[in-house]
Design a protein. Sequence first.
Length: 89
Amino acid sequence: MVIRRVPPGQSAVTLIADVQGSGHCEYTAKLSSVADGGNRINVGTAVVDKACSGAMCRDTDASYFTVAGSGILHDVGPAHASGYRYNRA
C-alpha cells in the first residue's frame, strides 16, 4: 500500500493485494477529504486496475485510513469487521 499526499480528487492510495481465491488485485482510490488534523483520510471507491488484476477482483466501497501508533488502520465498512491494520515496513 502506498498513500500519497495529494489534493482532494486526485489518486491518493494504491493498494496491491494477493488474495487467495481472487488472485492478484491492484486498486487505486482518490482522496475525498482529510480530517482529524491530518490523521484520517477519506477515500472514494477503490477501483480495480483491470490491466494488472485478476478477473475475480472487484471495486471496493469508499473507506478511510487513520494513523494508529506506528501503523495505519483501514476501515472498509461493517462487512469486514474492524478492517485491516498495516504496519510500516
